[in-house]
Design a protein around this ligand. Structure first.
Ligand SMILES: [Zn+2]
Length: 378
């Protein structure tokens, strides 16, 4: 839930020659932040980005003082972010850095290395895939942070404030606000424990997590990490009006690595078996106009009772468009990538955009989509 509705006429793309200093009071505590203001709302609210890449939405009533000086905005280095994380998290955390990631962990170093390897391979796969598709991506401006907790308990404790009840249900997530992926050591999951429990090396961890029982857990981590890459490479902008079916469709497209292969995403573009099975189950009872509702707004994806089906449908639509309407989809994604933060489209505008880029309404492509999905091998 965000405050899109609260922020009216906007200024976006302020040149960042100056550093903004903000003093604010939230929940009775005074906080000082320095960074760059990305959006100034008509009512005085701010969207501020700090040097670690985090975004702060500051309400007019929280804002006490806003000044500028002429110091440049400089993104933090991996080392600086690492120091910041160690200061913020409980004792016992360490840092493991790879070329794009700062991994903050209190589990085994081998597991942190396994994560680093997996994330870097995903990063490569994502970049290679879109570059081949003719999409120009940028190097991330900020180091990508992943926090890995040793076990479910400490993860839940730490994430409760941000996630509330959800922290008990999800095994990892990407936060728009902090720009971090947070998760816990999957080799500690009960179902995987008794599979000859050794996990001393990256190779052993790979072996353990390439079992069918781990498939969904690994897919979740990849899914969240895909969001993080997408929102840090110029592919999508946080708090911009990216239809949720698009970001979830892309994340589910990348979801299933082949952990047995060195490259991991050799199989990219194969059907996502979990999502396909779910979609086929759902297809039998789908109400008319389902695709229109998926494109028009995010409600089905945000409703816990409908989400699983809506995710599967997002995967199916994305898969279909990538395979069948590649060039139109690329143009559509390019248009979305240029959307500024904090400007929200109505359902009618979203449908109009869809029709403009695909030359048909969701309703009109539905039959073709169902035929295409019906023919896929699982
Ligand atoms: Zn997602």
């Amino acid at each position: 839930v965000w405050l899109g509705a609260l922020l009216g006429g906007l200024c976006w793309g302020t040149p960042t020659v100056a550093l903004d200093h903000v003093r604010m009071v939230r929940d009775g505590h005074e906080q000082r932040l320095a960074g760059r203001v990305l959006v100034t709302a008509a009512d005085g609210g701010l969207l501020l980005q700090t040097a670690d890449g985090a975004l702060w939405s500051i309400l007019p009533e929280e804002l006490q003082e806003h000044t500028q000086d002429d110091a440049p905005f400089v993104p933090m280095t991996g080392e600086e972010i690492g120091q910041r994380l160690l200061a913020e998290l409980p004792d016992g955390f360490r840092i493991y850095q790879t070329s794009h990631y700062v991994i903050c962990y209190n589990t085994s170093r081998a597991y942190a290395q396994w994560c680093g390897g997996l994330l870097e391979r995903l990063f490569q796969a994502f970049n290679t895939y879109w570059e081949k598709a003719g999409f120009e991506l940028k190097e991330p401006e900020f180091p990508l942070v992943a926090c890995v907790f040793a076990d479910r308990g400490s993860y839940e404790q730490q994430t409760q404030r941000e996630l509330g009840q959800l922290s008990a249900q999800i095994i990892g997530y990407y936060s728009f606000q902090t720009n971090r992926v947070t998760m816990y050591d999957l080799t500690g999951i009960e179902a995987l424990r008794n599979t000859n429990g050794r996990r001393g090396s990256v190779g052993q961890i790979n072996l353990m997590l390439s079992q069918p029982a781990a498939e969904q857990a690994v897919a979740t981590v990849i899914h969240e990490a895909t969001h993080q890459i997408a929102f840090n490479s110029g592919f999508q902008t946080r708090y911009a009006d990216i239809p949720l079916w698009v970001s979830e469709g892309i994340a589910t497209y990348f979801e299933s690595p082949d952990l047995k292969s060195q490259k991991g995403w050799r199989t990219l573009g194969r059907v996502n078996r979990m999502r396909l099975a779910r979609f086929r189950q759902f297809a039998a009872q789908r109400p008319p106009g389902a695709l229109t509702s998926l494109v028009a707004d995010d409600r089905r994806l945000r409703d816990p009772r409908q989400a699983e089906d809506a995710y599967a449908e997002s995967w199916a639509l994305t898969y279909y468009l990538l395979k069948h309407r590649g060039e139109d989809f690329r143009r559509y994604l390019t248009m979305l990538s240029q959307k500024p933060p904090m400007v929200w489209n109505t359902p009618a505008e979203r449908l109009r955009e869809f029709e403009e880029y695909f030359g048909a309404t969701p309703d009109e492509i539905e039959k073709d989509l169902l035929r295409f999905i019906g023919r896929l091998d699982d």
